[in-house]
Each structure stands twice: as C-alpha cells, then as structure tokens.
Write a protein of this length. Structure first.
Length: 337
C-alpha cells in the first residue's frame, strides 16, 4: 500500500468502503475495467486556476489503482468538448465497467451522459457535473472561506487592535465559476471577523509572475500598513512573497494561498516555501485541494458504485489549511520525489 494512504486520515471512511467493495470483487475473482477521461494533459496547461496538471491527476489514478482490482484505461480530452465525446464513445466501445469523466463543457457532458446511459455504462464526474452521475470535486467557496478566516485569525493574534488592509491577488477576471467561488469564500471568511474590511484587488491576468510587480507598487503606496494577502494560486503567493522580501515588509505582511501544489511545498530537493524549517516565511499556509491525490479519493467511490451502493450526489474534497507545522503530514518528504 502506498505510504500516502497511511497519512490521509480523512480518507479512512472512503477507503473502508472501497476496500470492502474490492474485497467482494476479489472474492468473486472479478476485476473491473475503469476509464479516466482526463480534462487536459497538454504540457504546461494547469487546471482549475491552480498549479496542478492533467498529468498530476492521471498519475494519482495510476498509483491508486495498483492495489485495487482495477484495470485502468486513460483518455486525454485535451480541453476539447468534441474530443471528450469521442473519448466517451471509445470507452464504451472498450466495454469499460465505469467511466470517470473530467470535462468542463456542459453541453458535451449532457451528450456523454446520454451515450453512457444508452450503453448502460455508469459514470463518476470529476469537478464538473455529468447529468445523472455522482460528482467528486472541490468546494471552492469553502476553501476560500478557510483562507479568509485564517488571515483574520492571524491578525487578531499578532496585530490585536491594529488597523489592517486586505489584498486579493490572482486571475480575478477568470470567467470560470471556480475562481469566482473562491473569491466569494475568501471575502466571506474575512468578513466573519472584519465585516467592513475591503479587499483591494490585484489582477494578475492569468500571469502569476505579475504578482511581484503589482504588490510592489501597492506596498509603496501603503508604507507601514499591516497587510492580509490572499492569493488565488500558489505561484502568485511565491511572487508576492518575493515582493514583500525585496521591500523589507516581512514584519507587516502575511499570505494565505490556494492549492498546496508543488510551487509552494516544493519537491524533494527544491526550496520549500511551506516547510518546517522555514517557519519565518510570510506565507502562513495554503489551502489544500489534493488534485494530485484524486485517484485515492475517487477509485474507492468507483468500487462502491460498482458494488451497487448508491453514492451521494456530490462528494467534496476535504480542504484544510496546511502550514509549515503540518505540511510533512500531508506531503511527507518520501512523497515529494
């Protein structure tokens, strides 16, 4: 069993159900044929406004399937709705027992659902709904709320009674619902404790590197101001951190990010912004989305569905704020290579 399964406490219930289904399948000598139609595995393309890639998602299924009675087939939708429909048809022709569909286009998903129903093939949807199928994915608003609450809690503990300014940095013009929901969640979380606090928007236009220059310009106009900074992705947090350090504002700035991807927790030999040995960082933490662990969450659900169990209409990722104190619990060094 991969080491990660021992450390993901929140998966215990889901894994128990998956193991039970796997056990009954093994007792019957049955292996299941499951297909993953991934959103987009094009090199350099990231998913959901975060730093994860389609390759990360696929790899998580490859690893998770190793100890389960599952033979996996993989399709790349390449961000193309027509290709997603064609891939679903190919999965049907391959006589899969279940399709895991990750496709953002609602019209294509309706057509995929129609064809799957006609063929009698059940499905699970990732992130975006597929009519008639259980959905697994993030709760973007809840994740944003965690960040907003963490920032105001930090201010209460470290800057009691002092005036603070809040900043929101990221691709604020992104038309997708995920970013809008995260922004609303961050705003809600901040306003629970500081209802009149405004969040100054700094729009990176989808280029996280711009967070450095945007925040530098803002810092010049706000000398000595205590700043609560929420970034919509981890790479933006890294560039915002650079701006703070270059302007020597570490004592009055704090950042909470979204994603917990390798941009922020690093790899086995990389500099890690969230690390037990880097507790002085202005990056307080990042809200975890675990897109590189989806396989461990979703395949147990698939086995339960194939065993005849009725699943909830929606199962959400367990989001938590990961700080330097607990990052190795969530991403132990052995998992970072």
């Amino acid at each position: 069993m991969p080491p990660v399964l021992h450390r993901r406490v929140f998966l215990a219930g889901m894994l128990a159900g998956g193991v039970a289904a796997a056990g009954s399948a093994a007792a019957a000598g049955r292996r299941f044929r499951i297909a993953l139609a991934d959103l987009d595995e094009t090199r350099g393309v990231t998913l959901e406004g975060l730093g994860f890639t389609g390759a990360d998602v696929r790899r998580s299924f490859e690893l998770a399937a190793r100890t389960l009675p599952i033979d996996m087939l993989y399709f790349d939708n390449a961000g193309d709705p027509a290709r997603a429909v064609a891939n679903a048809e190919a999965a049907i022709a391959a006589m899969v027992d279940l399709l895991i569909e990750y496709n953002a286009d609602a019209e294509a998903n309706a057509e995929i659902a129609r064809r799957l129903a006609a063929a009698g093939v059940p499905a699970l949807a990732l992130v975006d709904p597929l009519p008639g199928s259980p959905l697994y994915g993030p709760d973007n608003r809840a994740a944003g709320r965690i960040a907003g609450r963490a920032l105001t809690a930090f201010a209460r503990e470290n800057w009691p009674g002092e005036a603070v300014q809040a900043i929101l940095i990221g691709d604020l013009a992104d038309p997708g619902p995920a970013v809008k929901e995260r922004v609303q969640g961050i705003t809600d979380g901040v306003h629970e404790s500081l209802p009149t606090l405004k969040l100054a928007p700094l729009d990176t236009g989808g280029q996280s590197v711009r967070a450095d220059a945007l925040l530098t310009k803002f810092l010049v106009t706000q000398p000595g101001q205590r700043l609560l900074i929420a970034t919509l992705d981890d790479l933006a947090a890294v560039y915002a951190k650079n701006a703070i350090e270059m302007n020597r504002r570490q004592s009055d700035c704090v950042i909470v990010s979204q994603g917990l991807d390798p941009n922020i927790h690093g790899g086995v030999s990389e500099k890690k912004e969230i690390d037990p040995n880097n507790r002085a960082s202005v990056v307080l933490g990042s809200v975890a989305y675990y897109m590189d662990r989806y396989g461990y969450d979703v395949l147990p659900l698939a086995l339960r569905l194939l065993a005849g169990e009725k699943l909830p209409a929606r199962t959400v990722t367990h989001h938590i704020l990961v700080t330097a104190a607990i990052v190795f619990r969530e991403y132990p060094p052995i998992d970072m290579n």
